[in-house]
Design a protein around this ligand. Structure first.
Ligand code: AP5
Ligand code: ZN
Length: 217
């Protein structure tokens, strides 16, 4: 299965992707995680991405599209993947279509996570990420770790993302509305979009997502 996960910052894409990828036995490809890994390894790509991420802006397409294609190829696109955070504008959606066409493949569905803005702001404000594994995501109130600052799953240190500052979050939401939301209409025209509410417990959202994807396939 080849799925695109879309939704505003803080909607729970990363949280859901970890469960969905496991249930569907496909790799989870997050461009945000790939950029953060490059930043922590201080690569040239990471240094370039960091200035845009700090400002809450999109990293330029020429950097992002190449990186996403490489990762999809590595994962064996034929076996499927769950894309999280890519594509994020129309140019990236068109580049993805072209890539898939070249490989003789197509998308199976686009899962759109709907969450009101006041909720995403609360989710981002309390988010704590694991330094060792980006799929270990906590929340200070909604999903607190047993020991403050320590990942329950692997013992890694928990940290707050640099771009989770209030002013940067406001910018990211604005960029989502202007640049990313148009891809939902682009995919609606292809009959690929399933929209679900991402409110409720993490497990409930996963069940809703699995049911929606099963209806699509
Ligand atoms: P990226 O890392 O993709 O961030 P994002 O899209 O802004 O999404 P987030 O990671 O903030 O949120 P999420 O939806 O994954 O929520 P999460 O599961 O963590 O991108 C970051 C930056 O990288 C961009 O701004 C851009 O600069 C750059 N970038 C990335 N991709 C790019 C691209 N394609 N092109 C150009 N630039 C790109 O959950 C949030 C919190 O809520 C957590 O604390 C979690 O525990 C909690 N939570 C989750 N579900 C629930 C629930 N059901 N109930 C209560 N709490 C919940
Ligand atoms: Zn961890």
């Amino acid at each position: 299965m080849r799925i695109v996960l879309v939704g505003p910052p803080g909607a729970g894409k990363g949280t859901q992707a970890a469960y969905l990828a496991k249930n569907l036995a496909i790799p989870h490809i997050s461009t945000g995680d790939l950029f953060r890994a490059n930043i922590s390894q201080d690569t040239p790509l990471g240094r370039k991405a960091q200035e845009y991420m700090r400002a809450g802006q999109l990293v330029p397409d020429e950097v992002t599209i190449g990186m996403a294609k490489d990762r999809m190829q590595q994962s064996d696109a034929e076996g499927g993947f769950l894309l999280d955070g890519f594509p994020r504008n129309l140019a990236q959606a068109e580049a993805l279509d072209e890539f898939l066409k070249g490989e003789g493949l197509r998308l199976d569905g686009v899962l759109d996570l709907e969450v009101p803005e006041d909720e995403v702001v609360k989710r981002i404000a309390g988010r704590r990420m694991c330094r060792k594994d980006s799929s270990h995501i906590f929340h200070a109130i909604y999903n607190p770790p047993k020991t403050e600052g320590v990942c329950d799953t692997c013992g890694g240190e928990l940290y707050q993302r640099e771009d989770d500052r209030e002013d940067t979050v406001r910018k990211r939401l604005e960029v989502y509305h202007t640049e990313t939301e148009p891809i939902i209409d682009y995919y609606k025209a292809q009959g690929l979009v399933v929209t679900i509410s991402a409110l409720g417990k993490v497990g409930e959202v996963t069940e809703r997502a699995m049911a929606a994807l099963e209806r699509e396939s």
